[in-house]
Design a protein around this ligand. Structure first.
Ligand code: SF4
Length: 363
């Protein structure tokens, strides 16, 4: 592993201390799912390179107060224990977040920007696994919500049309949601929104979804215009799956792999992925998961566990960077077998790479 990749892992694990005047510019995203939505995005500039490397760094969670990293906005640099670590610039939130729809919903409530120009939306602010006491313990969806809401086709359409009218650049739409227990309702939620988006724009659409029992739903999503899909296994070890994700663990690992293989045949391996959260299970287990995902023709997207505010695992700690080295080394080596061509990935977390060191270990 090269020095810069290790630096990225250190930042992903430790988070960064930001002064209050910077944090207030970034209103926390309230509808965060398992992901890293509430972190702050930076462009990192490794020495000797003019190419920006994206990263999403934790800045609000409790563990961050012990981080050795600080950002100096004047010097546009991240410092570790007072020593220069890497040049970096903040990715500022867009001005349009404050715009409001006729029904009073702010644009930011409908779409959040990931990195510079990815429009991301959680279609619900709740998850029925959580509502039935079987939610994923690392996930914060539903925290402090006033009432359960599903984003409407009209709201999504109205914001998209307004952004286009204002000439706001975006290069993909990234959709996820809490899980609805009725599979048809869960599938229709995505189908209706994708159908609506396709009438407005041809940008690639990425979806993160639990694998359905009925694989023909995947076909319908693709026919409707979905470009990339992610079936997020998150944890591979069966016992830890049951413990950390009592609801999702009822969906068998086999169904995840069947969905990945099915979708990969239709769209190609470059468009199909599965999140794995490093730090929630033994290193060997994550490495086995990486190999299994690749064996069915999909991409393992390894992220770093972040104890999100509002999740049951809020008081846990992220993994130590050194424990991630064998995982990311194995990821790079295993990807050789997939003959993966990153240029072909149209959209999604794999393309963005803010929340992982995936691209850094590519062969
Ligand atoms: S399935 Fe798990 S990770 Fe997904 S929204 Fe529900 S509780 Fe969160």
């Amino acid at each position: 592993m090269d020095d810069f990749t290790l630096k990225k892992l250190e930042l992903l694990c430790n988070g960064i201390r930001l002064p209050e005047h910077i944090l207030t510019r970034f209103s926390g995203y309230r509808f965060k799912r398992a992901s890293l939505s509430e972190g702050v995005c930076f462009d990192l500039f490794p020495s000797g390179s003019s190419q920006a490397i994206p990263i999403n760094i934790a800045a609000r969670e409790a563990f961050v107060c012990k981080s050795p990293f600080m950002y100096d906005e004047n010097k546009k640099a991240i410092f570790k224990n007072g020593q220069h670590f890497v040049q970096a610039s903040l990715v500022e939130p867009p001005g349009w977040y404050a715009c409001v729809l006729d029904d009073g919903t702010s644009f930011q409530e409908v779409f959040q920007v990931h990195y510079h120009s990815i429009l991301a939306a959680s279609l619900t602010n709740f998850c029925e696994f959580k509502e039935t006491g079987r939610g994923c313990r690392f996930c914060a969806l539903g925290y402090q919500i006033e009432k359960p809401k599903i984003k409407s086709v009209e709201q999504v359409a109205a914001v998209l049309k307004e952004l286009i009218k204002q000439n706001i650049y975006f290069n993909e739409v990234n959709l996820n949601a809490g899980t609805l227990l009725d599979e048809k309702k869960n599938c229709d939620l995505y189908l209706h929104i994708v159908q609506c988006i396709r009438k407005i724009t041809s940008v690639p659409i990425y979806i993160q979804i639990c694998p359905p029992k009925d694989m023909s739903f995947i076909d319908r999503l693709i026919e409707m215009g979905v470009s990339s899909l992610s079936f997020n296994l998150e944890i591979y070890d069966e016992e830890l799956r049951k413990d950390s994700m009592p609801g999702k663990a009822r969906i068998s690992r086999e169904r995840y792999f069947k969905a990945m293989a099915h979708a990969s045949k239709l769209l190609g391996a470059e468009q199909i992925s599965s999140w794995l959260i490093a730090g929630l299970e033994p290193v060997e287990s994550t490495i086995t998961a990486i190999k299994h995902i690749i064996s069915v023709g999909a991409i393992p997207f390894v992220t770093v566990f972040r104890p999100l505010i509002g999740s049951e695992y809020e008081k846990r700690l992220p993994p130590e960077p050194n424990t991630l080295i064998p995982i990311f080394d194995a990821l790079g080596t295993s990807l050789i077998h997939l003959k993966y061509n990153r240029q072909k990935t149209k959209c999604g977390c794999v393309k963005c790479n803010c929340c992982s060191a995936f691209a850094e270990v590519l062969p």
